[in-house]
Design a protein around this ligand. Structure first.
Ligand SMILES: [Zn+2]
Length: 446
């Protein structure tokens, strides 16, 4: 596709007007002011679609790096209960009834929402991850998927847990090129396996150490919940000789591989230093932390200290949507409000966190920015809207004024998956019907 005369958010997250951007296959092959069709080194491509960029902005696709996508099935279920009662009386009994087919149905429902609101990729923690991979592959999305492994049984052997076996199977499929990567190495695979460790409070130390070792052996990153609530942070210190969740995880070897640490609301100064030393990244989930009353992560401090920070929505039962536009808006607003500083974080910093930083956290080096030779994960925003005019500062308009409904095209790895309200990879009516059918069946079984 050739985007003609369009405003782009460039690799430095600045708006540049009147650009031509060409994609071929999965990649961006040209960016420039000149029409590549007139250049000898580029030229015409037969059958190429030319997309008129008038009143449009081309923005990098979003990387939503902490999610539980099948929980779309539980949206609005069990509202108003305190966390423990919500989990034990509502969520866990419902989840016990989910079949792999239900999980696919919930994943596809989430995929519709994610694609329409600008996500190119998610990092997801749930179960039945092989079925999730199939569903997200069908949608055309990218994903790093993990099974949130947990067990409080002393002497639990990791290799006997189905979630671990599913993880190995997904990693094998990735290496075999099942999801679009290079056969043999899996390089460039749209779907990737991560090792999942639910949290400090849901596993024994023995199991945490086995997970860390297995991740090292398999060459996998670890996705884990860290210091989400003050209670969790405090109780960890009581259980483990005053050690915070990050200190404890580092002692167990978890941080010896790349880590995506979700929430990180209560990191100590030492935690930040440990994470930096190991290259671990914090994933900011502002909506979920506010909705569940968990608190507000001091993101400006983290950024100032040089910690990597990306953004995620968390699951639909604690947000209650998977809309990265809302998360971007929220992250910018609360960071400035809490610090009482209108320059605490810039609009372009937030966009970078939502795309490039997320792609890096997922280990996808050629993704997350609009640059030649990078993968074409591109969103088109329609700027011809009253709330986006005048188009004086496009980056500020996108972060502070735009809505996800202004997204008129979502391209992932060069393939358009969503355009003008239509889904090109999934049958929206069918997906919504199937997800509701699963939900209703489970209600009758409870
Ligand atoms: Zn979570």
């Amino acid at each position: 596709m050739l985007f003609k005369d369009i405003t782009i958010i460039d690799k430095d997250f600045k708006a540049v007007r009147h650009q031509y951007v060409r994609t071929e296959g999965a990649f961006i092959t040209y960016i420039g002011e000149a029409d590549p069709r007139t250049l000898p080194e580029a030229g015409e491509i037969e059958g190429e679609e030319v997309y008129d960029g008038k009143n449009k902005a081309l923005v990098p696709g979003f990387y939503n790096v902490h999610c539980h996508v099948p929980m779309t099935m539980l949206r609005g279920y069990g509202e108003g209960l305190p966390l423990q009662r919500w989990l034990f009386e509502k969520i866990f009994p419902f989840e016990a009834k989910l079949t792999p087919q239900d999980i696919q149905n919930g994943t596809l429902l989430g995929a519709l929402e994610l694609m329409a609101s600008g996500s190119a990729s998610i990092s997801d923690m749930y179960f039945s991850i092989n079925e999730m991979a199939e569903a997200l592959d069908r949608a055309g999305m990218k994903a790093n998927i993990c099974h949130g492994i947990s067990s409080l049984d002393l002497g639990q052997d990791l290799s006997k847990l189905p979630g671990y076996q599913d993880t190995l199977r997904l990693a094998r499929d990735e290496r075999a090129g099942v999801y679009g990567g290079i056969k043999g190495s899996g390089e460039g695979s749209r779907i990737r396996a991560d090792m999942g460790l639910h949290a400090e409070y849901t596993s024994t130390e023995g199991l945490v150490r086995q997970i860390a070792n297995a991740a090292k052996e398999e060459g996998l990153s670890i996705h884990v919940h860290i210091s989400e609530t003050q209670t969790e942070h405090q109780e960890c210190m009581e259980r483990h000789e005053g050690r915070t969740p990050i200190r404890y995880m580092a002692d167990c070897g978890v941080l010896d591989v790349p880590v995506q640490a979700a929430h990180c609301v209560y990191l100590s100064d030492e935690d930040v230093e440990i994470m930096k030393a190991h290259g671990a990244a914090a994933v900011h989930n502002p909506s979920s932390n506010l909705k569940l009353g968990s608190g507000i992560a001091p993101v400006r401090d983290y950024l100032k200290k040089g910690l990597k920070v990306a953004i995620g929505t968390d699951g639909a039962s604690s947000n209650n949507n998977l809309n990265m536009m809302e998360e971007i808006h929220m992250a910018a607003m609360i960071c400035r409000g809490v610090t009482k500083d209108a320059n605490a974080v810039s609009a372009s910093d937030i966009l970078r966190m939502a795309s490039l930083e997320g792609a890096r956290v997922q280990g996808r080096r050629d993704c997350g920015r609009i640059e030649k030779s990078c993968r074409a994960d591109l969103l088109v925003f329609d700027l011809d809207k009253p709330h986006l005019q005048p188009d004086f500062d496009t980056v500020a308009n996108i972060v502070f004024a735009a809505q996800s409904s202004d997204i008129v095209l979502n391209m992932i790895d060069g393939r358009v998956v969503y355009r003008n309200g239509e889904f090109l990879t999934l049958d929206k009516e069918r997906v919504i019907y199937d997800a509701n059918a699963s939900f209703q069946r489970i209600l009758t079984e409870l």
